[in-house]
Design a protein around this ligand. Structure first.
Ligand code: NI
Length: 201
């Protein structure tokens, strides 16, 4: 016997899923299409408590007084994270002496695998200036929430990967949000913008 009821029920279910996804995207997602946005009042950033790649406990206060380039990712990331960190490394080179006022932070969303030792080896591959941060799952969740970063574990058979927003946040020396770059932003563009922001103070 054919029944049409389950089909409409399935449609309602699909609509519900779509609504939930849309909400999640609005709340946590990466709403970035251009290379950068201008300064806004968005409440991005805030206190965090993590561990750096040398095993030292750090907080947002540790880096106060510096411009921060904050990027969430994970060391097993096949593509987006290494590309973004390569660009960041180039930016740091291009900034010249101004680079002393800038601190790139790579915060893992995969603390189970990204121990301080793993992060130390990984960030070193992109040069000496990138700091890798990890923490307890709760600490990572709190930091990601502060930066409105979405991440989720995706099972792949016996292994897993991480889905995550790929945004490079620019934070001012006083800890306030300045702007963001998309993960595929070009180093030249980022350097030019950072230089103008740093020189304006
Ligand atoms: Ni990634």
């Amino acid at each position: 016997m054919k029944r049409s009821f389950p089909i409409s029920l399935a449609l309602v279910g699909l609509l519900l899923v779509a609504a939930v996804l849309f909400f999640a995207w609005q709340r946590y997602g990466a709403i970035n299409t251009g290379p950068t946005t201008s300064t806004g009042v968005a409440a991005i950033g805030g206190p965090f408590s993590l561990t750096d790649q040398t095993g030292k406990p750090v907080t947002d206060q540790t880096y106060k007084g510096k411009w921060l380039l904050v990027f969430f990712g994970f060391t097993y990331c096949p593509d987006v994270c290494p590309t973004a960190l390569n660009q960041v490394a180039q930016v740091m080179d291009q900034l010249g002496p101004l680079a002393d006022q800038v601190q790139p932070l790579f915060i893992t969303v995969d603390p189970a695998r990204d121990t301080p030792a793993v992060l130390a080896q990984y960030t070193a591959a992109f040069g000496p200036r990138i700091v890798g941060l990890t923490g307890t799952p709760e600490q990572i969740a709190a930091a990601a929430k502060a930066y409105r970063v979405y991440y989720a574990k995706v099972d792949q058979g016996s292994d897993y990967t991480m889905d995550h927003s790929a945004i490079l946040y620019v934070m001012r020396p006083d800890g306030k949000y300045e702007a963001f770059f998309a993960a595929d932003a070009k180093a030249d563009d980022m350097t030019a913008k950072l230089k103008s922001w740093i020189e304006q103070g």
